[in-house]
Structure formats: C-alpha cells, structure tokens
Design a protein around this ligand. Structure first.
Ligand code: EPU
Length: 337
C-alpha cells in the first residue's frame, strides 16, 4: 500500500523531521512485484531506504520512498570449511553479525555494531577495523525499479570500491536489493591487522581468540569513539578518507609532518579526514545544534533540533576550511538529498 505524506523522522539516523510525498514498505520481492505496475504507472521518482543511517535529507522528499523490509536469514549451502548465508535486505546488519557469532561463522565480526541494514551494506561496501563487506560477499539478488526485472549480481559485477559499488553509482535508486549472500568461514579466521584491535588483545595467542571476544572488543572501540545514533543524531563518517598520490602527500608532509595516512599500494595513500578536520581546529566545534563529535572529528552530529539544511551548510563550511588549509576537497560519504 502506498501511503502519502509519510514522516521519515524515525527512518533517518540524523533524526530529521522530513516527509516523503509517497511511501511504501516492501516486505518481500513478490509484494514489490505485485505493486510494480502501479508504481510504474505513476512515474514516481524513487529513493530506496534501509534504516536511513547514511543519508542527510536537506528537504522533504517529493517522490516515492521504498523502505526495504525484506526479512530472513538462512543457510543455503555449506562445505566443511565454508558456509553460505542468505539474508533479507531489510535485516538489521548487526542482528546478522550477532547470528553469525552465535553460530561460529567467521568473517563479519569486525563489522559489529555498524548501523544499517544488510541490503544497504553492499551499496557502500561497509567497512571497519580492517574488513570490508566485499571480503565476505558472494552475490546478491534484487529487482530493477526501472522495468521490474530480477537480477543476481556477482561480486565482480558489483564493482566494489572504497565505500562504493555499482549500486551507489549507476544503479543508485534504480535497483532494490532483496537478498544478500555472504560466504563465511566455519574455521577460525581472526582479522587483527587494525592496530587498535590488535593492541587490545596484547600478547594473547591469536589462535585462542574467540568470535565473541572480537565482537566485544570491536563494540568497546566503537562505543569509545562513535556516537550512538539512538542518543545523538549522526550518520557515521560524514566524509570519505581522501585518497591522494604519494607525491601530493610528500608535499603536504613538508608543512605537516604528523599527517595521518595509510599507504595503498605504491602510488597512493589514504589520508585521515578526521585528522584534517581536527587540524583545522574543528574537532568538537559546534554551531547551534550542529557540530563535529568531540571524540571523532569525521562525524557530524545533530545536537537536537538542527535542520538538514543547517547540517549541510555546516558540512560545506568544513569542506571549505579543509580545502583552504590543505588543498584537499573532502568528498561526502553520506548521501545528501
Ligand atoms: N584521527 C584524528 N582525529 C580524529 C579522527 C581520527 O587525528 O578526529 C586520526 C587518528 O590518528 C586515528 C586515525 O585518524 O588513529 C583513524 O581514525 P579511526 O580509527 O577513527 O578511523 P577513520 O579513518 O576516521 C574509518 C571509517 C569508519 C570506521 C573506522 C574504523 C571511513 C570514512 N570511515 O574511520 O567507518 O569505523 O575507519 O575502521 O572510512 C563509517 O563509514 O561511517 C565509519 C564510521
């Protein structure tokens, strides 16, 4: 059923009081197919929403918001070493992580507590603490909103990149992901390359570290640094960490010896956007109801009654300051509408 004038306040983690002109809650692929002709006839423009944890609404949405609520977690195949899990696009990501940990399936424990849904996870190739979704992704199924055709995407076809995929680019709002299939390990495979994570385990023998220990530590690290969207409106990292050539990095290092970066191959480095913002004196900076989070400058928070426009203007101010000081344009990671 299509509902008119629907409030999205609970459907965006910035907690913004915006409305969708039309709204539909999709609980199964079959239901979407049933409604498809009607949707197509009306020629709506679409926005596919999971739980709204990576979006900034600067105004009401004047098209159709399609909420992906497809549920279900099931095992579809397994070998001695591996397990293939099919999950509905509307499953809360962290419930899936918790399910895998309880059943001893390795691969997504470092991605504990990331807000959002399983269907949104491939869209921006979610990542944290040395793991990205693409590392465990097998395939996904969905439906083109343009012609109603079903399609399965392999890992290669999904074109994953840093916080990016074909679903965030060419297929943005053109394809609804109904199911995602992950390929996980039944044998222990801890990934402790991320320094903060490794340090927490000290001299503990890696082989003896359990899945639930990793989950607890990841949650501890996240809670120490990142605001809980249920308490303080935010959408995680607001910008991507910029990738620059090593030559540009060398030039920057002449003036900023302590710049935080991570080498990617021989030619490029990823710069910490949080560090850039902090060096502009903007960590914990607040203007009215909008500010950067005092423990992590890369996160913009809504301290209460900020509007989407105010948050957007604040984010532009940060971009300008960083550009002025370092010559680097920060690219938003959050979808701005
Ligand atoms: N740093 C600062 N000041 C800050 C923030 C960071 O100097 O205010 C420097 C510190 O040196 C710190 C380093 O940057 O050690 C890295 O910081 P952090 O571990 O918090 O990671 P990040 O690069 O800021 C990325 C992801 C996060 C993910 C963490 C952990 C992006 C855009 N963000 O943040 O993902 O949780 O790594 O893996 O890549 C998200 O995508 O929404 C998100 C939260």
């Amino acid at each position: 059923m299509i509902i008119e004038n629907y409030s999205l306040k609970k459907l965006n983690t910035f907690g913004l009081d915006v409305k969708a002109a039309y709204f539909i809650d999709v609980k199964s692929l079959e239901y979407l197919e049933e409604q498809f002709e009607l949707i197509r006839k009306k020629q709506f423009k679409y926005l596919v929403l999971g739980s709204g944890s990576n979006i900034l609404f600067t105004k009401d949405y004047d098209g159709l918001v399609i909420k992906n609520s497809v549920q279900g977690i099931e095992i579809i195949n397994e070998t001695e070493k591996e397990i293939f899990i099919k999950t509905g696009g509307g499953v809360i990501w962290d419930n899936l992580v918790s399910f895998c940990i309880k059943n001893n399936y390795w691969g997504i424990e470092n991605l504990s507590l990331i807000p959002g849904t399983a269907g949104a996870a491939p869209v921006q190739n979610i990542g944290a603490y040395g793991v990205e979704l693409k590392d465990v992704f097998y395939s996904l199924d969905g439906i083109y909103l343009t012609d109603g055709k079903r399609k399965t995407f392999s890992k290669e076809e999904s074109q994953f990149g840093y916080r990016s995929s074909i679903f965030k680019k060419e297929l943005r709002n053109k394809f609804l992901i109904t199911n995602v299939i992950l390929r996980l390990s039944k044998l222990p495979a801890p990934k402790l390359n991320y320094r903060a994570l490794r340090e927490k385990f000290g001299s503990q023998e890696i082989k003896k570290i359990s899945l639930s220990e990793i989950r607890s530590i990841v949650i501890e690290i996240r809670n120490g640094k990142l605001p809980n969207p249920a308490e303080l409106g935010n959408a995680g990292s607001f910008y991507k960490n910029p990738v620059i050539s090593n030559n540009v990095l060398k030039d920057l290092q002449k003036n900023f010896q302590d710049i935080v970066y991570f080498k990617i191959g021989d030619k490029y480095s990823k710069i910490s956007a949080g560090w850039l913002i902090e060096k502009c004196g903007l960590k914990g900076f607040r203007d009215g109801y909008v500010g950067t989070y005092p423990k992590q400058a890369l996160i913009i928070v809504n301290y209460g009654n900020a509007t989407g426009k105010e948050i957007f203007e604040f984010s532009r101010m940060i971009q300008l300051k960083v550009k002025d000081k370092f010559g680097i344009l920060l690219e938003p990671e959050v979808n701005i509408l």
